[in-house]
Design a binder for this molecule. Structure first.
Ligand code: PEP
Length: 296
């Protein structure tokens, strides 16, 4: 299959694609606890069909891979293996929504990073606010993040403030604390070095914008991403995603912001056409076209 997504070989070279002076856009779908085999298969087949079309997605002016749009989907654990099969050679990445900190053992009901890698995952979402709200601590997230890195999974670390924290003017302080306590690596100002250069993605997801239909404003996203860029500078260029009610109609203007390297999409990723339009918006931004043409 040919299409204009990042080449399929990048499935095994995700870290390289994300490393260095990252110039692409990463569009990640978080299916959450949604999807039974029949509808999931139809969704994946629709995405693959979209990708096999002749719509130009990759920005041609960059070195191979570095300036491309990469799309990933993160189904529930039960669907990882079938989704991988349905994807076939299509160059979408596969991700999980969580992992356990240990590699194996007596942890009934859990899934390790090694198992996810074995199932064909490239990515793993960690620290989603829906898990933090269910009691997951930053230190647990840090251990999971280390496990993901041990098994060559790219962790997508989610951080975000609640509405009360934003209204109290604590947004940046909350984000700095979540970053510092969730990342087992040196951060800007900590005196550490960037020698680790681990492929880590950080997703800013304001809790109040998730699943509410109420996205953060462009000014709010720009302010936070600029802050996160500074905070993560010691790690090199950490791809920074925005998540929170992203849809086709707002994706381009969000991804046109200088420090936004992509989006983490929940509800809209369950609709193939809508999700695809978000990927197209990423491509449009990379190609330097108008940022206001995404479908309403
Ligand atoms: C999410 O769950 O990560 C998310 C961003 O959800 P939504 O796009 O539905 O707000």
């Amino acid at each position: 299959m040919t299409n204009s997504f990042t080449n399929a070989s990048a499935k095994d070279a995700g870290a390289a694609w994300l490393g260095g002076e990252f110039a692409g856009k990463l569009v990640v779908g978080n299916w959450k606890m949604n999807g039974l085999a029949t509808d999931a298969k139809a969704l994946v087949q629709a995405l693959v069909a979209q990708g096999a079309g002749d719509k130009p997605l990759a920005h041609q002016g960059q070195a191979q891979g570095q300036g491309d749009v990469q799309v990933a989907i993160c189904p529930p654990f039960t669907l990882l293996n079938p989704v991988r099969e349905w994807l076939g050679a299509a160059p979408l990445w596969l991700g999980a929504q969580d992992c356990h900190a240990q590699d194996g053992g007596a942890f009934t009901g859990n899934i390790s990073a090694a198992m996810l890698r074995d199932a064909g995952c490239q990515l793993c979402i960690l620290g989603h606010s829906e898990r933090r709200q269910a009691g997951e601590s930053s230190s647990q997230i840090a251990e999971k993040l280390a496990a993901a890195l041990r098994h060559q999974l790219i962790p997508i670390l989610c951080i975000g403030e609640t509405l009360a924290e934003r209204q109290a003017g604590q947004t940046l302080a909350v984000l700095a604390e979540q970053l510092a306590s969730s990342l087992p690596l040196p951060l800007a100002g900590s005196g550490g070095s960037s020698a680790t250069a681990a492929p880590i993605v950080v997703a800013y997801e304001p809790v109040w914008a998730i699943g509410t239909g109420l996205s953060a404003t462009l000014d709010q996203i720009a302010e936070v991403h600029q802050f996160l860029r500074q905070q993560t500078a010691a790690l090199g260029h950490v791809p920074l995603l925005y998540g929170g009610s992203v849809k086709a109609s707002n994706a381009a203007e969000i991804m046109a912001l200088g420090d936004v390297d992509g989006v983490l999409v929940g509800g809209a990723s369950l609709n193939a056409e809508e999700f695809w339009q978000i990927a197209v918006a990423a491509s449009t931004v990379l190609a330097g076209r108008s940022v206001s043409t995404a479908a309403a």
